[in-house]
Design a protein around this ligand. Structure first.
Ligand code: MN
Length: 226
């Protein structure tokens, strides 16, 4: 046993549907705006620019049943329901036609955001970490094993009222393309999670709100804001 000078951090992990094993979280990659129905219907090409990536710390993940307190330092705490990809394989410069071979499974996750701090960072041309990479900012469902990306509805409600209602078919960058693009920037590893962007309808959360997010074929994530 290594003799650490301070207590070693616990390994963040998620449960797996139909299994007693858990999925160990290595890194959490996220992609920015990825639902471009409107851009496409206006004849624009939403792939003119490469996707924007940011990260959350691995221990920002909140497994099912975990607490999501109202975070520090914000007055505008937002929900973003997302399809989450869990990787069993890795590599750099993975071609898109090989990317789905790295996938362990899929989950529903919520990219919780301190929108006011993200806005200040955007205005200042500063990094997004304070807006995106804070404690408990990545609640997730259990992981549903399977390499084929799910299709269907992606929804979120607050206290039973529908707030986000999108379709996975409206993603600009596909799961395979996102994995390929991420692997041009980082060497992906087993245990990585990738949040794939949110449809429209994002908005604020308040203490006491009951949040339920569902991604068809991937999972259901729910919590009450502390
Ligand atoms: Mn997001």
């Amino acid at each position: 046993m290594t003799d650490y000078a301070v207590p070693a951090p616990a390994q963040p992990s998620l449960p797996i549907e139909g299994s007693a094993q858990r999925f160990p979280v290595h890194r959490i990659y996220c992609i920015g705006r990825n639902y471009g129905k409107h851009v496409k219907e206006m004849g624009g090409d939403p792939k003119d620019q490469p996707p924007v990536f940011f990260m959350k710390p691995a221990d920002a993940v909140v497994p099912p049943g975990g607490a999501v307190p109202y975070p520090l330092a914000t007055k505008n705490f937002h929900h973003e329901i997302e399809l989450v990809v869990a990787l069993k394989g890795g590599g750099a410069n993975v071609p898109a036609d090989k990317a789905l071979g790295l996938v362990f499974g899929y989950a529903a996750g919520i990219d919780l955001t301190r929108r006011d701090l993200q806005g200040l960072a955007k205005d200042a041309g500063a990094p997004w970490d304070s807006g995106k990479g804070f404690d408990n900012s990545a609640p997730c469902s259990a992981i549903t094993p399977g390499d084929a990306p799910p299709s269907g509805k992606i929804t979120l409600s607050i206290n039973g009222v529908a707030k986000q209602d999108g379709d996975l078919g409206d993603m600009i960058w596909s799961v395979a393309e996102i994995i390929a693009k991420a692997s041009e920037l980082w060497t992906l590893q087993p245990g990585d999670l990738i949040f794939t962007g949110t449809p429209d309808g994002v908005g604020p959360l308040l203490a006491g709100d009951r949040v339920v997010g569902e991604v068809q074929g991937a999972g259901r994530v729910e919590f009450t804001v502390g």
